[in-house]
Design a protein around this ligand. Sequence first.
Ligand code: SF4
Ligand code: SF4
Ligand SMILES: [Zn+2]
Length: 274
Amino acid sequence: MKIEVLEKNETNIRLLVREADVPLMNALRRIVISEVPSMAIDEIVVIENSSIFQDEMIAHRLGLIPLKTDLDSYNLPEECPCKSEFGCNLCRVTLTLDAEAKEGTRTVYSGELIPENPDVVPVSDKIPIMKLAKGQKLKLEAYARLGKGKNHAKWQPVSMCTYKYFPKVEIDSKSCDACGKCVEICPRRVLTKTENNIKIRDLMACTLCQDCVDACPRNPPAIRVDWEKDAFIFSLESTGVLSPERTLKEASKTLDKQLRELEEQIKVENFEKD
Ligand code: SF4
Ligand code: SF4
Ligand SMILES: [Zn+2]
């Protein structure tokens, strides 16, 4: 397998993966979404709530705040040696919130959550949790734990993880009369018209929709859209809880572990049959 990084920043990564197939790409995508752990608030203890919001609603909103995840310092609750329902310092992080509207109506933001571990903080300070009217108070303790997206979407480390075939767009310069119809119809502005021919402007943006082929007045069409059978563009957008590289690294570690387990099971079954 050959991997080329097409684009990378703090939250996004786009890879060109060659010599791969759909089952592998899809397994990686599914593991990123459902198996890579991240931190999220899982339980709260409300000390005072004089707002109009019910405690359950506040708990739900707090659970959806992405928290920066320190995978090296914490255990998944089910794997922690403490075996405690409440958790310990290795599988739980406490965050506190103490907000009051003294002057008038105000919004309580994620930045007001005070974590016991400064590394486990909301990804953004600006996520609104709720509004308090004058004189209302909200005081609580929240417990964040590692979890997986397969158990609740709040633990998904990504907002998007997709793959698509690597496109191939060919223009037959002998039959093309540069009418520009394919350029006009393309929703992704993949093509561009120069003085008397059509050029490819951004091949990666092509979604293989075939609109350009249908729009071509030539018979057979002067433009052909196809895809490479073993090359894919893999895109991932993190919610900010983990870096895109760490998310992919954890996903490939999990895939490797799952394949080894499968191999062991097959060996055991064959041994039992023999
Ligand atoms: S297949 Fe669709 S996206 Fe790709 S070049 Fe043609 S019209 Fe544009
Ligand atoms: S629609 Fe067909 S003939 Fe017209 S510019 Fe595109 S490829 Fe050429
Ligand atoms: Zn523990």
